[in-house]
Ligand binder design. Structure first.
Ligand SMILES: Nc1nc2c(ncn2[C@@H]2O[C@H](COP(=O)(O)OP(=O)(O)OP(=O)(O)O)[C@@H](O)[C@H]2O)c(=O)[nH]1
Ligand SMILES: [Mg+2]
Length: 635
């Protein structure tokens, strides 16, 4: 039998990321080996990137939103937004709303780039240029590579509905080698306990959340490890589960999914619903578990299995019954604040709301969830204003309340423009039941034109009269009637079905056991250039396979019997045979998972034992157990 020896007496440095410092040249008996050299990252080898390499930041690419569309007033709104932002940072006060619709107070044309043919583009870019780099950093949280048009969104908004997080389930606790040593109990036998299971990581839908902004502050989530087993047959305790609260409507995908069509890990819609994201490692068995009729005093224990780790992308689509839409400054947030206990930011300038707000309205003992989304502009589908990214949130709403700004010079024009934007974003949105709230009727500017506007909406556009309301969010006029009408439409639609958009796995229990076959493996060979091998190994054999990699990871190299067991498994699983078939020679390296070995043809127990002993010495680990081999008489 050919033994596979762990490495100490070779040395190679080839690719850039292998650390020469970790390697020591230790002359050993010819062909004898031993000792795992852990945690080698083979990032330099093709197809062997370390898992964390997946989140490497991609180069930022700048983008310019196309904003060829948009009416004059749309552009003026942006100019006012721009002035407001500048005013916030400087001494100027925010512009009054009258400025929005009056002939624009624009900067003199000479301040603009004469080369730029498109003034709307200028406006859009100026509306953002007053933000700090922090607000518009090129990459998202965790170095996210965002799509070009999203890069122009304020950071607050980008983090609202997407996030990237790192998840690591807990490692299993190590098994223990121990023997009963009690008075009057001779040959008490093994009593090493098994390690506890590492903590699983779950996502839980929490109704108190309505955004993913919390993931801006925390990106890494690690579940605790299981407790190690102990003597006297004490098994380690299982670790606590780690729950990650997310708002209902969150979809969670693996970052390293093989294909975009792979089912997401989770799509959580119901409050309290939870789904498994990563499974904790199982505990390593203690020596009590290895007791057999032939081996009654085993000196062997396993290490705990490593917990799963992954990077995940989170995407939020807010779940609400009613979406409040309309042009900026129409009074959407004010309406939400009078309908519900929500306290969104309200101010007299466009784009006060940057992320959707949720509120629960209680009327006639019925509750309805309203979502107020940021203002929309004509041309939003081309990136004007805040774009239309947030419209994905109203996709899940069953009814829309379209707030019209009664003080607008062209309320019906606004109404049509927004509906066109909805249609351009998603034709399905246009077909959602819509109620119209003509707002600010307490102002003469607005109230005087109500009949005229109503005539146009009902008479010319053909809207049902019972779905068009004059309201004043400021005074509360007409608001109750509006909510009753909304409820009536919702009742007509029937009970809300939970509509999953994806075929998410939504695992509700961890797999009982991850059974994988050890003989399912592949072997790849890498030839090292002579110069880089430095007189050491000239070839590296990579053995890949979930089963064998996990077995190597769980083998506790501190115990000689564990090393022997590993050798046996390599032989019976056919790995040794496959390596020999590929022409492995003494001195070549064999890499299994994160452990590297030297191949040796000397298979004798004595050689293996010497090699193991030398490795222990090298690592400064005290020899444990295995006192019976090799027996002094045998040697
Ligand atoms: N007089 C009067 N003012 C109102 C009414 N509703 C809203 N406003 C005012 O209009 C301004 C804009 O209100 P918001 O609720 O912030 O408007 P919005 O549609 O949420 O605006 P954005 O979030 O920027 O899109 C604020 O100054 C409100 O006080 C109303 O019914 N009457
Ligand atoms: Mg608002």
């Amino acid at each position: 039998m050919t033994a596979l020896h762990q490495h100490i007496n070779g040395c190679y440095r080839s690719s850039s990321q292998r650390s020469a410092a970790k390697w020591r040249l230790v002359p050993g008996p010819a062909g004898v080996l031993l000792t795992p050299c852990l945690a080698r990252h083979w990032a330099s080898s093709p197809g062997r990137e370390h898992t964390t390499a997946a989140h490497a930041t991609q180069p930022a690419s700048s983008s310019t939103p196309s904003s060829s569309g948009g009416s004059d007033w749309s552009k003026r709104l942006l100019a006012v937004a721009n002035n407001k932002k500048a005013g916030n940072r400087g001494s100027a006060a925010p512009s009054p709303s009258a400025d929005i619709f009056s002939p624009a107070k624009r900067r003199p044309p000479q301040q603009r780039d004469p080369a730029s043919p498109n003034r709307a583009d200028d406006d859009a870019s100026e509306a953002h240029e007053d933000f700090d780099d922090d607000d518009f950093d090129a990459d998202g949280p965790g170095g996210m590579d965002l799509e070009p048009e999203r890069k122009r969104l304020p950071a607050e908004m980008r983090c609202f509905d997407t996030a990237r997080i790192y998840i690591k389930a807990g490692d299993g606790g190590n098994g223990c080698v121990a023997f009963r040593r009690e008075k009057f109990v001779e040959h008490g036998g093994p009593s090493g306990g098994t390690g506890g299971r590492g903590g699983n990581v779950w996502a839980v839908a929490d109704e108190k959340l309505n955004s993913l902004t919390s993931f801006r502050g925390q990106v890494h989530f690690r579940a605790p490890a299981g407790v190690n087993g102990q003597g006297s047959n004490c098994d380690g305790a299982d670790a606590e589960e780690l729950l990650i609260p997310v708002p209902p409507g969150t979809i969670i995908r693996r970052r390293d999914a093989a294909s975009p069509d792979d089912p997401p890990l989770a799509e959580l819609l119901r409050p309290g619903q939870r789904a498994l994201l990563a499974t904790g490692g199982r505990g390593g068995r203690g020596n009590f578990s290895f007791k057999t009729s032939r081996e009654r005093a085993p000196t062997i224990a396993e290490k705990g299995e490593k917990g799963e780790e992954l990077w995940a992308d989170l995407e939020l689509k807010v779940v609400a019954d009613v979406g409040i839409i309309g042009v900026p400054n129409a009074g959407k947030s004010t309406l939400l604040s009078v309908l519900t206990a929500a306290r969104p930011k309200i101010a007299n300038y466009p784009f006060t709301t940057l992320v959707p707000n949720l509120g629960v309205c209680e009327l006639d003992y019925r509750t309805t969830v309203f979502a107020d989304v940021p203002g929309l502009l004509e041309g939003a589908h081309e990136g004007l204003g805040l774009g239309h990214e947030f419209l994905r949130h109203v996709q899940r709403c069953r009814v829309l309340v379209h707030v019209i700004d009664g003080t607008s010079p062209d309320p019906v024009g606004d109404f049509n423009a927004i509906n066109l934007e909805l249609e351009l974003f998603n034709p399905g949105l246009r077909n959602k039941p819509q109620l119209v709230a003509y707002n600010k009727v307490d102002l003469p500017d607005s109230g005087d034109f109500w009949e005229l506007v109503r005539e146009q909406l009902v008479g010319e556009l053909g809207l049902p009269a019972e779905r068009v309301f004059a309201v004043s969010a400021a005074t509360g006029r007409g608001v109750t009637e509006l909510v009753r009408a909304v409820r009536a439409v919702l009742d007509e639609l029937g009970p809300a079905p939970l509509e999953y958009e994806t075929n998410a796995l939504n695992q509700t229990a961890p797999p009982a056991r991850r059974d994988v076959r050890i003989d399912g493996f592949t072997v790849e060979v890498e030839e090292l250039p002579a110069a880089s091998s430095g007189g050491g190994a000239s070839r590296v054999f990579y053995v890949s396979g979930e089963g064998i990699e996990r077995f190597a990871q769980m083998t506790n190299w501190d115990y000689y019997e564990a090393v022997k067991r590993f050798q046996r498994v390599l032989e019976v699983s056919g790995i040794n045979g496959a390596l020999r078939a590929r022409g492995v020679r003494a001195g070549d390296s064999v890499v299994i998972g994160e452990t590297e070995f030297d191949w040796s043809d000397d298979t004798s127990d004595g050689a293996v034992y010497d090699s193991w002993l030398r490795d222990m010495k090298d690592r400064g680990v005290n020899r444990q157990g295995s006192a019976r081999w090799p027996h002094p008489d045998v040697r």
